[in-house]
Design a protein around this ligand. Sequence first.
Ligand code: SAM
Length: 264
Amino acid sequence: MKEVDINKAAWSKISKKHYEHFKKQILNKNYNFNPIILDEIGDVRGKTILHLQCNTGADSIMLAKMGAIVTGVDLVPDNICYARRLAKDCGVDNIKFIESDIMTLMDFHHVKYDIVFTSDGVLLWIPDKKRWGETLRHCLKDDGYFYVHDSHPFYLIFDEEELPKGCLSAKYPYFISKANVEYGIGGYATETVKETTTYEWMYTIGDIINALSSAGLFIEYLNEYDKCVKGMANCDAEDENKLGYLSYYKEKIPLVFSLKATVR
Ligand SMILES: C[S@@+](CC[C@H](N)C(=O)[O-])C[C@H]1O[C@@H](n2cnc3c(N)ncnc32)[C@H](O)[C@@H]1O
């Protein structure tokens, strides 16, 4: 798919910088897993985890350090090379990485996992949520579960620049199936590279629930939060757990959601 290839080229522009950033953070013990996620996933010791859209592997490494046996998947060849390198740098070996577009993963990967995990800036890159749901089910054991933590689509409709000023300016449509064309990549771990085009597919809460439900998954919970990991949502304040929030909209609008689904 042309748009996915363009996204692949865009993400590869920041692979090396992400690797360097996360290596420094992890080795200096400055990289903590998002506390909301930590609380929700609990004890993963001994579990096999498929980590989708793993980027250069920082969160995969966190999951492996928690005792899981992890397989990370990402679209970008450079991300996979750097993820392998980062795991080595961090002395983590209960981990491997696969280069694949999520849209084609189930054509060739037939291993079944206890947990399929994905988080923080992932759903916007998925062109076909129905196929995504089928892929999750394909990769899960019959007693396994899927966990996602990502931007809340209600928050995504607003102009991020305006939010800290207390202005809710609806910039993007909530209901749209074709991709939004964006300019710039990165910005959460490294500087934004402005000279690049990406395609991002908006999703609704209904799109997610329906994709999972039609693939045979049962929603155990859907939690919504007015706080998120630092670097997302242009937050102007931080709580005691180092989670960011918008001071003007605290308790008013959701920034992220988490969802756990089991096989029916
Ligand atoms: C914001 S990053 C996710 C980072 C994540 N929080 C982590 O664990 O490091 C989004 C990732 O999605 C990947 N991606 C984008 N489209 C993809 C696709 N179609 N299939 C697989 N990975 C994809 C990108 O290469 C990028 O690494």
